[in-house]
Design a protein. Structure first.
Length: 247
């Protein structure tokens, strides 16, 4: 989705100008763009407001008012869900850790109201994952896996969620590369062209010293999208290894 359109939709929801929205999960995540293979967008907002590409802005006071409204209506699942999702996406776009924490709190409330809401499970899993990444918190990665697994119990063939689950194993301390491989392979069984899965599986095979498997998976990524931005770096890493003298 066009970033300008996305930002306008989020700002519209936060300003109370729309009743809700749906949006694909594969949105950029600011610092996590290098991790998730997403494109970076925009600049950080000014101290007291955030503006879309066409000049529409939301002040900090307006954001606080929407959060306060959610707190004043804790049983309104629709409001918790929509605001929590919007805050999460907006926080990751703007690299705002405080707003990310607020989105996590509101999404947790929505999840308690309806533990089987798939969209909430995924957003809550993503928000928890991102907190784990920013804070280097293993407990958050573990919790994100629980949420992803709950979502996958409902939709086991969601390759995007399965890929995020796999990535969480890479970032664990210590990393569990073998478990990550298993999950990446499941993601690719559901969608053989899932580019993030192909890119990170290639990288994981490198970590395991499985260079033939890495080359094969990289070839799959090239076939899926010859323009993928990770191809150049992964190709160089494999070529460097192949050129290294045998000891």
């Amino acid at each position: 989705m066009n970033v300008k359109i996305l930002t306008a939709a989020l700002l519209g929801l936060l300003a109370g100008l729309v009743a809700g929205f749906t949006i694909a999960n594969s949105i950029n995540r600011s610092e996590i763009n290098s991790l998730r293979g997403q494109a970076e967008t925009g600049k950080k907002p000014a101290a007291n407001s955030t503006a879309s590409a066409d000049g529409f802005s939301i002040s900090d006071d307006e954001l606080k008012a929407k959060i306060a409204e959610a707190d004043a209506n804790p049983d309104n699942i629709g409001y918790q869900k929509n605001l929590g999702s919007a805050l999460y996406r907006y926080a990751t776009m703007k690299n705002d850790s405080a707003l990310l924490d607020e989105s996590l709190r509101i999404l947790t409330r929505a999840n308690k109201l309806d533990p089987n809401d798939y969209a909430v499970l995924v957003d809550l899993g993503n928000a928890t994952f991102d907190v784990g990444y920013f804070k280097k918190d293993g407990a958050s990665f573990k919790r994100s896996r629980e949420l992803y697994e709950s979502a996958l119990a409902i939709k086991p063939n969601d390759a995007d969620v399965r890929t995020d689950l796999a990535i969480s194993y890479i970032l664990d301390n210590p990393p569990d590369y073998n478990r990550a491989v298993d999950e990446f392979q499941k993601a690719l069984k559901a969608n053989p062209k899932q580019e993030r899965a192909l890119g990170f599986l290639t990288q994981t095979y490198m970590q395991l010293g499985k260079w033939d498997d890495a080359s094969r998976t990289l070839a799959q990524l090239k076939a899926a999208n010859p323009s993928n931005e990770r191809i150049s770096d992964l190709t160089a890493q494999i070529a460097s290894k192949q050129a290294a003298p045998i000891k």
